[in-house]
Design a protein around this ligand. Structure first.
Ligand SMILES: *Cc1c(COP(=O)(O)O)cnc(C)c1O
Length: 387
């Protein structure tokens, strides 16, 4: 029995070799010495790379401790998502996507439909995707969903999908493999953007697909080779190096996010507060059953009265960058409606808690909320004076 933190620091490391580093440096190679027959393991840089091998083993160990999972790393989360969808679906197939998932899924939908694939959508909450599953070839789940933080029952959906002959893929970006193990819950694929909490420093784009099925991994690997959406050796190495601190980071982020959500719950101007770790959250009991204790993710979402209020709040923060993405060591927040992609109110804030001391962060947030309220009062007074 090995703890997640222990597993994370050792994951994917090669056997110790005298006078070699614990984690070998990035291998920059477009091609390798290849005398005679074109047999692997390393032949051409779009097919294989030793730095990927170490990282892919590491992620496989985290996604599936105790039973072998194959992992394929990609240049981004979208490359990984596309690899599963486009390697598995054919013209005439049907696929079920979440209606409240990652903001690029509508663009993916358009692309799938242009290839003659039927796309059905339903919300994440209440396992609503079950209602449109009949006859589908693939069920795509995102839980907790981004940015609304709804949760669905992966085990229930996977069992039901398999009963009806569909494959199941889970976007595990928000939870990370330390927060949730989709393959243990019955999914065929665990897919994620490593750009977020997995690498956690906001300096790498990466994605991966993990599966226990050898035929499925072959199809995904063949897709990567064909499309060429390969991760760079430097990015792969940085990602592997970052995994050593994954447990520290996600525990701290999750604890900070719960503390922040608890503080926000008392604020009258905050509505629609969501965080799966919050005992009053509608998704909490399911999250407790399916996610790992104290690992409910870095994201807190909530809504301020309007766009101007949200913008005053974001401008008044000093420890939190107004930036997109989440899961980084430095806290970020953004007014999500500025992208126009998600069905969220104008004042909706997606807040990603970093690894700062929670007390400092909460003090900054409460002060910024006060500033946003006071500025509103001043604006109203000015308007009153003018009339
Ligand atoms: C960011 C994100 C993606 C896309 O990942 P990239 O690395 O930006 O391509 C996919 N799914 C979720 C849930 C995400 O948050």
């Amino acid at each position: 029995m090995t703890g997640d933190g222990t597993r994370a620091v050792r994951a994917g490391l090669p056997e110790p070799e005298a006078f070699e580093p614990a984690l070998p440096g990035p291998v920059f190679a477009a091609h390798y010495h290849l005398p005679g027959d074109a047999a692997g393991p390393y032949t051409y840089g779009r097919d294989t790379n030793p730095t990927w091998t170490h990282l892919e083993r590491a992620i496989g160990e985290l996604e599936s401790p105790g039973s072998t999972a194959h992992t394929v790393a990609f240049a981004s989360g979208m490359a990984a998502i596309s690899a599963v969808l486009f390697s598995q679906l054919r013209s005439g197939d049907a696929v079920v996507l979440p209606s409240d998932g990652y903001q690029l899924l509508p663009a993916v939908r358009t692309r799938l439909e242009s290839y003659g694939i039927e796309v059905r959508t339903a919300p994440t909450a209440q396992d609503a995707q079950l209602d449109v599953l009949d006859g589908a070839r693939l069920l795509w789940i995102e839980t907790p969903s981004n940015p609304g933080l709804d949760v669905c029952d992966v085990r229930r959906l996977a069992d039901e999908a398999h009963r009806r002959g569909a494959l199941v893929a889970v976007d595990n970006t928000l939870a990370t493999p330390l927060g949730q193990r989709p393959l243990d819950l019955g999914a065929d694929f665990s897919v994620a953007s490593g750009t977020k909490a997995l690498t956690g420093h906001g300096d790498v784009l990466l994605g991966y697909v993990s599966t226990r099925d050898a035929a499925l991994v072959d199809a995904v690997r063949q897709w990567r080779k064909t499309v060429g959406a390969i991760p760079g050796p430097m990015e792969s190495w940085l990602a592997h190096r970052s995994l050593a601190t994954l447990a520290l980071r996600v525990r701290q982020q999750s604890a900070g996010a719960l503390a922040l959500a608890t503080a926000l719950a008392d604020r009258p101007e905050v509505t629609g507060l969501r965080h799966p770790g919050l005992p009053t959250d509608p998704a909490h009991s399911l999250a407790v059953r399916q996610m790992r204790p104290g690992h409910f993710g870095s994201v807190v979402s909530f809504t301020l009265p309007d766009k101007a209020h949200a913008e005053r709040f974001l401008a008044a923060l000093t420890l939190v960058d107004d930036a997109t993405s989440f899961g980084g060591v430095r806290s970020t927040a953004e007014r999500r409606a500025r992208w126009g992609g998600d069905a969220v109110p104008e004042g909706f804030i997606r807040f990603s808690v970093g690894i700062e001391d929670p007390d400092d962060l909460i003090a900054d947030v409460l002060r910024a909320l006060d500033t946003a309220n006071a500025d509103k009062a001043n604006t109203a007074a000015d308007a009153g004076n003018a009339s």
